[in-house]
Design a protein around this ligand. Structure first.
Ligand code: FDA
Length: 372
């Protein structure tokens, strides 16, 4: 067997950044990936000249210039700005909650009028300083109308629970902006890589010191891999690594339903959230709008996103970072410390929600820690 320095399990962003940087430092790396493609959840592929985000809408945003410069080595980014809209029972509202939304809801025109309206609703709801659940927390932050129309149904679908049964801490703050600004993120840099995300990971892994094999599950040969490779970077599920011996960590999963339509423009925006309780999906993505309509003029691809309960074998999209799971994860990290030659990284290895810029940062730190 070729003398590799590292086995990287998972060809997502964490694994790819680690492999790339380790290769630049002269290390030999084998990457294995259980899916039949690289790039993990940021994977995009082309249909009718349109880049389809297979695992949900991905918008790159950061205020860290170093990370922005880093990722720009691998792709040219367009100026896409995330401005989703909400569809509540057929009426459209701008997001995040801003002066446009307030005008659509109440006809208010000035910041003071909108502030008065929200304050009035908060005080009428008589929520104490200690909100008992997510519903109370949300009303105390944005008032009753925004909560009822734009928060409640969406959140309940997302978590599969009633807002009154969800803990208040899930919503520490809700973005409220007293300007006519529909830009969802406050970050300095934002965009979508022209030609999709997969090329980024492709270029990271395209190095003579890196060998990649897709369609290979680490757990089919775990003991052998651990014996054969001096160091392992593991970006799969930490509880699965330990054969769930302390119990299962919980996740929320998603089901994506994609459709190719013979129209140029289906919904006029990349992301439309459906915020009522009755519509079973949370949002529809129309992929061509991430690249300003690039692609076939007679075709479009849309994807409906349905939140679903996670069970073993499903794709674990979002960690459920409540007290029970965070405690359990901590116990797994104690076991991890005893696995001398294995580093656990990425959203599944570290059981936390990472945005792309954060996962790049975490992978660069891991390389720094390993190799200086
Ligand atoms: P990722 O899951 O991408 O990679 C891990 C890889 O390991 C996977 O390819 C998996 O198949 C593989 N693997 C697991 N177990 C294995 C095993 N046993 N053997 C072999 N391979 C194995 N971020 C952002 O900045 N802006 C955004 O708009 C969004 N949007 C968004 C939408 C949705 C729906 C989700 C779920 C997430 C986002 N994100 C996001 C977050 C973004 O997807 C995330 O930061 C990165 O994909 C994380 O990269 P990782 O490498 O950690 O995991």
């Amino acid at each position: 067997m070729k003398a590799y320095d590292y086995l990287v399990v998972g060809a997502g962003l964490f694994g790819a950044v680690f492999a790339h940087e380790a290769a630049l430092r002269g290390k030999k790396i084998k990457v294995i990936e259980k899916r039949d493609h690289i790039a993990g959840n940021i994977y995009t592929h082309e249909v009718d000249g349109i880049q389809v985000h297979q695992y949900g809408a991905h918008i790159f945003h950061t205020s860290d210039k170093q990370i922005w410069d880093y990722v720009n080595q691998f792709a040219t980014f367009n100026r896409y700005t995330n401005s989703p809209v909400a569809n509540y029972k057929g009426k459209i509202y701008n997001l995040p909650f801003n002066m446009n939304t307030f005008n659509e809801l109440w006809g208010t025109k000035t910041p003071q009028e909108a502030m008065n309206k929200i304050a009035e609703q908060k005080s009428a709801a008589k929520i104490t300083d200690q909100p008992k659940n997510l519903e109370e927390q949300a009303i105390s932050l944005v008032g009753t109308d925004i909560y009822q129309k734009l928060v409640k149904g969406y959140t309940e679908k997302q978590w599969g629970q009633k807002a009154t049964d969800l803990p208040a801490f899930i919503i520490r703050r809700l973005p409220v902006r007293y300007t006519y600004d529909n830009n969802y993120f406050n970050d300095t840099y934002q965009g979508i890589p022209i030609g999709g995300y997969t090329q980024i990971v492709e270029k990271m892994l395209d190095h003579p010191q890196i060998d990649v094999k897709t369609g290979v599950d680490f757990f089919d040969n775990k003991e052998k891999y651990l014996k054969d490779y001096p160091r392992v970077i593991f970006t799969g599920m930490i509880d699965q690594y330990f054969n769930y011996q302390l119990g299962e960590l919980e996740y929320r999963s998603l089901r994506f339903e994609s459709e190719e339509l013979s129209v140029d423009n289906y919904q006029g925006n990349a992301v439309v959230n459906y915020t009522d309780a009755e519509t079973p999906f949370t949002r529809i993505i129309e992929h061509k709008h991430f690249e300003f309509g690039k692609g076939d003029k007679n075709k479009t691809v849309i994807t409906r996103e349905y939140p679903v309960d996670w069970k073993r074998g499903d794709e674990p999209y979002y960690p459920v970072n409540n007290k029970r799971n965070n405690g359990l994860y901590k116990q797994y990290t104690e076991l991890a410390k005893q696995e001398g030659n294995v580093v656990f990284g990425g959203r599944l290895g570290q059981y936390r929600y990472y945005d792309m810029h954060q996962v790049i940062h975490a992978a660069l730190l891991a390389v720094e820690y390993e190799l200086g």
